[in-house]
Design a protein around this ligand. Structure first.
Ligand code: CDP
Length: 206
């Protein structure tokens, strides 16, 4: 049975970095599901049709990481027909052996509710804005406003809103370095793959 890891969380929380690192370490495939919505938003025209006809070339565009592309993504991502058109591809990706890591907003709640491990990555608004601004070379204040607007839209929509699954484990990356965040997530995977490696609680001596 494939080992599926669902990683969700708000914009620029560090989920993509963690997802890529886990996939590389454990030999799993990785899917950045946000890229699907970014590509649909960037394609223009009827969003549902864009989602139904999404191609490799659409995903290879070099202009998908900008704040504007993020906003367009979150607008089309609220359309139920767009989400429905992308479900089968994501579930098929998740089902590959030996495992897969998918990061997004609804992986643990809708796409892979039976994932072996669900992680919900958060960080303070300011930290996320600084990281994203540095990553894409944008203004930090404008990036902060864009992230907040997008999070509010993603969490407030009716279709697969941004929220942690009941059984998700929260990782707050605000004060973690990238290696620290990766180690914390990797320890969770290890504990699920080899339960005996999980740290055990030992009762203090009576
Ligand atoms: O990288 P960042 O966290 O900023 O965003 P992303 O993961 O690329 O996602 C862009 C937008 O796509 C989000 O703001 C969501 O509106 C939407 N999205 C979604 O609705 N469901 C997903 N599984 C992934 C992304």
């Amino acid at each position: 049975m494939p080992f599926t890891i669902a990683i969700d969380g708000p914009a620029a929380s560090g989920k993509g970095t963690i997802a890529r690192a886990l996939a590389a370490r454990f030999g799993f495939a990785h899917l950045d599901t946000g890229l699907l919505y970014r590509a649909v938003g960037a394609k223009g025209g009827d969003p549902a049709q864009a989602a139904q006809t999404l191609s490799g070339a659409d995903l290879a565009r070099t202009d998908l990481r900008s704040n504007e592309a993020g906003q367009a993504a979150s607008r089309v991502a609220a359309i139920p027909e767009v989400r429905a058109a992308l479900v089968a591809f994501q579930r098929a990706f998740a089902a590959q052996e030996p495992g897969a890591v998918l990061d997004g907003r609804d992986i643990g709640t809708v796409i892979c509710p039976d994932a072996a491990l669900k992680i919900y990555v958060i960080a303070s608004d300011e930290t996320r804005a600084l990281r994203r601004a540095a990553e894409i070379g944008a203004d930090p204040a404008a990036t902060l406003a864009a992230l907040r607007e997008r999070d509010a839209r993603d969490a407030g929509r009716d279709a697969a809103p941004l929220r942690p699954a009941d059984d998700a484990i929260i990782i707050d990356t605000t004060d973690l370095s990238i290696p620290e965040a990766i180690e914390r997530a990797a320890a969770l995977v290890e504990a699920r793959i080899r339960p005996s490696s999980a740290p055990k609680y030992s009762a203090p001596p009576a």
